[in-house]
Write a protein that binds this ligand. Structure first.
Ligand code: FES
Ligand SMILES: [Fe+2]
Length: 416
């Protein structure tokens, strides 16, 4: 349980708030690159601030303030040009730093444009996503986490805008036992309600329903490593007990699986809105060369419509806890000790930032940022999709459904 004030410290992300300052030390994804191919100008909101993301006609990214300095027209209606973004109202143009570079109706003799500036932010592309840094200078490096830079994989990302605070989404990362209930008992019930036979529902959820015997949480250099041992698993060999998977501080959780990895990112849009990204990579069998992907496939993960889908179950739970869940009335139990560890870590890192120091997962040495390998459990097996256990991978609007048969045909051919 937290006091009302403690809860506010951990959940409010606007400028000047302790959590807002901590979050502003990190790069955050703000768009899927593929979406800019459809429309090169996009309104973006991050940590309670509104911005305009654009690609100029040379394909260069820019992230600037929401409004034109002249008379506040929203630049989401702007026209991308060769060297910047032009306001549609009177044609003022801004470069990627937010500097006004043209005012076509004004006398160039006055050189007024050089004295007009709107905010400009750091923006980069990596792994098919567009990332922003809106904190103080000097900006740290955009972390090259392994999942975003591994080669010869198939990539896709499922996104959802969720109406609740980021922290209750992210606390799920250290909430171990919900798996056997939310993804086990509730999933079975949801399947039965959809008309799936009892036997099939039991079979599909059996893995998730296995009871937890032991839970483990350890601080590591990236955040918190989470371990679980369930009924029927061997303590000496179970990947989830011996390797586990990490909460990557502060906003991600990385999950391993047969032939796949997934990072779930909980991006604070503002105090009561979270952009959730389930970014997935699939490894082919050894010796199989994956077709090149110019852009990654985005798909929507809708809320509540598909309660039989694992991520759908989580995303059903989080907003149901309230817009900003009231931690002054919660009753934490022994199995919630991972949450307590995470909250302490958040407090500790907010204090470091208040002292002017870098929090963890800040990278400034390029030689250490070539590829940052994260510790994650590895399961034997080629591909969960073919084994019929890929509840994580399968879901509504999932482009994997369209690609995987062809892909796995290649894989199966290689192995046989
Ligand atoms: S409002 Fe943008 S140019 Fe006038
Ligand atoms: Fe879950």
């Amino acid at each position: 349980m937290l006091s009302v004030e403690q809860n506010e410290r951990l959940t409010q992300v606007g400028p000047g708030t302790p959590m807002g300052e901590l979050q502003r030390r990190y790069w955050h994804p703000v768009a899927v690159d593929r979406k800019l191919a459809e429309n090169p100008v996009k309104a973006v909101r991050l940590l309670g601030e509104n911005m305009t993301l654009f690609k100029d006609r040379q394909g260069r990214l820019g992230l600037v303030g929401q409004r034109c300095a002249h008379r506040s027209v929203d630049l989401k209606h702007g026209i991308p040009e060769q060297d910047g973004l032009r306001c549609p109202y009177h044609g003022w143009m801004y470069d990627a730093s937010g500097q006004c570079v043209e005012q076509p109706a004004e006398d160039p003799e006055h050189n007024f444009a050089s004295r007009v500036q709107i905010p400009g932010y750091h923006v980069q592309a990596l792994g098919g996503l567009i990332w922003a840094y809106i904190g103080p200078e000097p900006a740290p490096l955009l972390p090259r986490w392994d999942i975003f830079v591994k080669e010869n994989v198939f990539r896709q990302v499922g996104t959802t805008m969720i109406n609740c605070n980021w922290l209750q989404c992210q606390e799920n990362s250290v909430d171990t036992v919900h798996v056997e209930w939310m993804h086990g008992a509730f999933a079975k019930y949801a399947l039965e309600r959809k008309g799936i036979t009892h036997d099939t529902a039991v079979k599909q959820t059996a893995n998730f329903m296995r009871h937890h015997i032991k839970l483990g949480f350890e601080r590591n250099e990236f955040g918190i490593q989470k371990y679980r041992l369930r009924e029927g698993e061997d303590e000496a060999t179970a990947p989830s007990w011996n390797e586990g998977h990490p909460l990557v501080f502060p906003n991600y959780v990385l999950i391993g699986g047969p032939g796949r990895e997934e990072v779930q990112m909980r991006v604070p849009i503002d105090d009561t809105t979270t952009w959730h990204l389930a970014y997935q990579i699939y490894h082919p069998a050894e010796g199989v060369v994956m077709p090149a992907q110019e852009t990654i496939e985005p798909f929507d993960v809708p809320i509540e419509e598909y309660p039989e889908y694992v991520l759908g179950q989580d995303i059903l739970a989080w907003p149901s806890q309230g817009l900003i869940t009231d931690r002054s009335v919660e009753k934490l139990a022994e199995t919630d000790r991972g949450l307590i560890m995470f909250r302490k870590m958040l407090e500790e890192q907010m204090a470091l930032v208040a002292e002017g120091q870098d929090p963890i997962n800040t990278f400034r040495d390029a030689s250490k940022n070539v590829r940052i390998d994260l510790p994650v459990e590895h399961y034997p097996g080629l591909n969960a999709y073919r084994q019929g256990t890929a509840v994580f991978a399968r879901g509504p609007n999932n482009p994997l459904e369209r690609h995987m048969d062809q892909l796995m045909g290649t894989v199966a051919g290689t192995k046989s």
